[in-house]
Design a binder for this molecule. Sequence first.
Ligand SMILES: O=C(O)CCC(=O)C(=O)O
Length: 291
Amino acid sequence: MSTVAPAPRAPEFDVGAELHAPELYQPQEGTVAYVATLDDIGPREIAFYREHGYIAVREAFTPTEVEAARDGLVDLIMGKNPDFEGITFEAAAKTILPTLSPEQRQDAVRKAWHFVNFEPRLKAISHHPKLLSVVRTLIGDREPYMFQDMALVKPPRLGREKPWHQDHAYFDYPLGTPVVGVWIALDAATVENGCMQLLPGRHREGPIVHFQRRDWQICDNVIMGTRSVAAPLPPGGMLLFDGLLPHGTPHNSSANRRRALQFHYAPDGITKTTPEERMKHFGSEGKNVSC
Ligand SMILES: O=C(O)CCC(=O)C(=O)O
């Protein structure tokens, strides 16, 4: 399978540090349904994915594989590869950043992206044979093409929300392209430190209009009062989810790290569409709606 090309330099700081309303993240009692390992994914779990829009795996990777990926990410954040320029810091860290040691800077990073070609340990986890095999099935037995790699690091206390959105709203792939998001916990992800929250089954409703607010996101009014489902995961746990599944992660209000990797896959060889075409589905322009 082919992979993404090296990326342009990331912006140094994230924009905006506005806090979200707590009512936007109100998980129901209970959590997502889990399978134990990647080997437990069979026809029943694939049918579950089609209906609910996700599969949560508790132990997708071994402790050794997780440690290797985490070390690879931390080495990039600590600047061990001088060619890598894909780090963005939290806006809230702007004033204190010059005072931080390299070790402390780790806890000011919002995002790393386009890293697989700079770090073999991260490439290895993104191309893990068992992971690719499941993705291949989810996209209709076609060869997976990994077109996006990123990590939202969500540092303790500073880590900003990723507002509710559908990933497909970010990608210029024709609607109907089976896009699979893969989210891998490198630390324990909990409700308090900002684990994923989902609206299961809502991928079947198709595109939702997005607005540029705290991010490119679904309007808060659409989400307010909706009970989500939380997807806490241990390190090495993984969520596979449909590109149309609404999801978001709250601010990290805890003292704990919540590092995670995210990869996106589509069938190899799909011709991309244009941003204009994407906005016809996901933008508010011409739809007479406001937020
Ligand atoms: O890692 C997170 O906090 C959320 C990531 C996410 O949903 C995204 O970037 O699409």
